[in-house]
Design a protein around this ligand. Structure first.
Ligand code: SAM
Length: 289
């Protein structure tokens, strides 16, 4: 069987199983087992697949047919041009969260420059994606910063630790329920992609989500905003006066999030939209007492 035939057969089955990008999925999986980059995948379509390669490919196709995320199958996900190890212990970083990194970066760059740089905290760091992307961008701009990454999940922290080492990071990684270990008025910027899915969202979610940790997905009542409510409750105390909080929300949670921020004593609140015009990020300032 040639590579092209194996790809065609796999794509047909993946499409029938409901995968939305079956051709691409098949190509990525074959490229992964064969060690082929994109150019090799194109150039070697007429090559005969040896039996060992064919079996390894088939094993991954079977797992994809059960709708396991591609990132789990290849063990890595690119986020903000960083290759991150991912598996079932963490959320697979989403492309939309790159916008949150951009927004957080704008806020950090607008802070007055100080010797040690600002203190930035990534709450619910998962794979370490947001913290690592911010660190890479700030290093590139020669802007010092102290970055702390927090996560309640020991399993997620093990993945984050691996990624931090892989990228020779100086980020401090701590186990914590939200902002619990932080001193009051010590943080310049809190950034978070908290779990925010409601029970209804989870019930309607694609099968791939069943392979990701529930702690990373379920926001809790009301309407998926339980963790966000707790975050808003503790963020004001952790922030310095005029410190910033920015976090991702689900499409449709914008108005509710803004209301909560005003009620929680935050100011200068605004929503940032994704490319489809949906509110996906909340930005607010602690303000002076
Ligand atoms: C939506 S995932 C985000 C992961 C990563 N920041 C990203 O954007 O890819 C949410 C993360 O928050 C963590 N988490 C959930 N509840 C938490 C809590 N109460 N305190 C700290 N972390 C929590 C989960 O373990 C998970 O890693």
């Amino acid at each position: 069987m040639t590579a092209a035939e194996a790809l065609r057969d796999a794509a047909r089955r993946l499409g029938a199983a409901g995968c939305t990008t079956p051709e691409l999925d098949a190509e990525v999986l074959l490229g992964h087992v064969a060690g082929w980059d994109r150019a090799a995948r194109m150039a070697r379509r007429r090559d005969a697949l040896d039996e060992n390669l064919r079996q390894c490919f088939e094993a991954l196709v079977e797992r994809r047919l059960a709708r396991e995320p591609i990132a789990h199958l290849v063990g890595t996900k690119e986020f903000f041009s960083l290759a991150l190890a991912v598996d079932a212990r963490v959320l697979v970083p989403r492309p939309e969260t790159e916008r949150l990194v951009e927004v957080a970066l704008e806020l950090v760059l607008a802070l007055p420059e100080r010797d040690r740089g600002p203190c930035i905290v990534d709450v619910g760091t998962g794979s370490g994606a947001i913290a690592l992307a911010l660190e890479a961008e700030l290093v590139r701009r020669c802007r010092p910063a102290r970055i702390v990454a927090l996560d309640l999940s020991r399993e997620a922290r093990a993945v984050a630790r691996h990624n931090l080492r892989r990228h020779q990071s100086r980020i401090s990684l701590l186990g914590a329920d939200l902002l619990a270990p932080l001193r009051p008025a010590s943080v310049d910027l809190i950034v978070a992609n908290p779990p925010y899915l409601s029970d209804e969202d989870l019930a309607a979610a694609p099968p791939e989500l069943a392979f990701e940790p529930m702690l990373a997905l379920a926001g809790g009542k009301p309407g998926g905003m339980g963790v966000i409510d707790r975050l808003l409750g503790s963020a004001r105390e952790a922030l310095v006066p005029a410190g910033w909080l920015c976090f991702e929300i689900g499409a449709g949670q914008g108005e509710a999030a803004l209301e909560r921020m005003c009620g929680g004593g935050f100011g200068r609140g605004r929503l940032v939209q994704d490319l489809a015009g949906r509110d996906r990020i909340v930005v607010c300032c602690r303000g002076e007492d």
